[in-house]
Design a protein around this ligand. Structure first.
Ligand SMILES: NC(=O)c1ccc[n+]([C@@H]2O[C@H](COP(=O)([O-])OP(=O)(O)OC[C@H]3O[C@@H](n4cnc5c(N)ncnc54)[C@H](OP(=O)(O)O)[C@@H]3O)[C@@H](O)[C@H]2O)c1
Length: 250
């Protein structure tokens, strides 16, 4: 039987759209206390209001996870409000694809800063709190792109493979130390969100062609995978959840 999420304090980054938004809505409906983090404050406020109206508890935190001091401040704000931190969902991410040769370096910097450094900064800020609690759960959103590679996806691949490697090494450290802290790596295939829309138009066109005729996953499909992983009893550590659309090959 699954354990309840009621009163669990859950931080979700990248909650202003897509997978993060759907996950916040789901855990909010399960009576968790959910802190929603992203840069677009208007969307976070709307989501927090919706969760509260439905009887849940939510805190909207406008933040850029690429900044290490900001990540420390996020954790502090959550502890000041709710006194603990049970689950950190490192979901914020960007996917800016294209050939390596001639790529705008700013795109690479943004992906590394958000997908890797933001996740590391927040994990670093959250772990001492979880260690003291002797319980906690770090959920990192990687991708099928963190398990496979593809021409035109080299740097996004590098960030998501990095997330995969970090999460498993961290899992071992936390288990060795008998910390009571669990880790889960979530690896979605193609999900219908805004993610593609930040790419240059020719890249968007290529991506749309690649998935023509394939029913993509919804954000709610991935939210359900996250909820499954964080609802298990303490002795169960769901280390990886890889979810592809049924029609996705690679
Ligand atoms: N969609 C897919 O097919 C797919 C597949 C595999 C993995 N994923 C992964 O799933 C995660 C969520 O993506 P999504 O598909 O839900 O895309 P999305 O709708 O574009 O969501 C991305 C979220 O990240 C936030 N974000 C971006 N930069 C940020 C920053 N510097 N600081 C704080 N928040 C930031 C965005 O909010 P603001 O712009 O408001 O800051 C947004 O809420 C990403 O890690 C992505 O790599 C997605």
């Amino acid at each position: 039987m699954n354990h309840t999420l009621k009163d669990k304090v859950i931080v979700i980054t990248g909650a202003s759209s897509g997978i993060g938004e759907a996950s916040a809505r789901l855990v909010g409906a399960e009576q968790a206390k959910v802190a929603v983090v992203a840069r677009r404050k208007d969307r976070l406020d709307k989501l927090a209001e919706e969760i509260t109206q439905a009887g849940g508890q939510a805190l909207a935190i406008e933040a850029d996870v690429a900044d290490k001091n900001t990540c420390q401040a996020i954790v502090k704000q959550v502890i000041d409000k709710w006194g603990r931190l049970d689950v950190l969902v490192n979901n914020a991410g960007v996917m800016l694809l294209g050939p390596v040769i001639g790529a705008p370096l700013e795109e690479w910097e943004q992906m590394v800063q958000v997908n890797v450094m933001g996740l590391l900064y927040l994990t670093h800020a959250a772990l001492p709190v979880m260690k003291q609690q002797k319980s906690g759960h770090i959920v990192n959103i990687s991708s099928v792109a963190g398990r496979t590679t593809r021409s035109g996806s080299a740097v996004y691949n590098a960030t998501k493979w990095g997330v995969c490697a970090f999460t498993d090494a961290l899992r071992q450290e936390l288990a060795e130390g008998k910390t009571g802290i669990r880790t889960t790596l979530i690896e979605p295939g193609a999900v219908a969100t805004e993610l593609i829309s930040h790419n240059r138009p020719d890249i968007q066109e290529q991506l749309n062609q690649r998935f023509t005729g394939i029913a993509k996953l919804t954000s709610e499909d991935i939210a359900a995978g996250i909820a499954y992983a964080i609802s298990q009893p303490e002795h169960v550590s769901v280390n990886e959840v890889l979810i592809r659309p049924s029609g996705q090959v690679g």
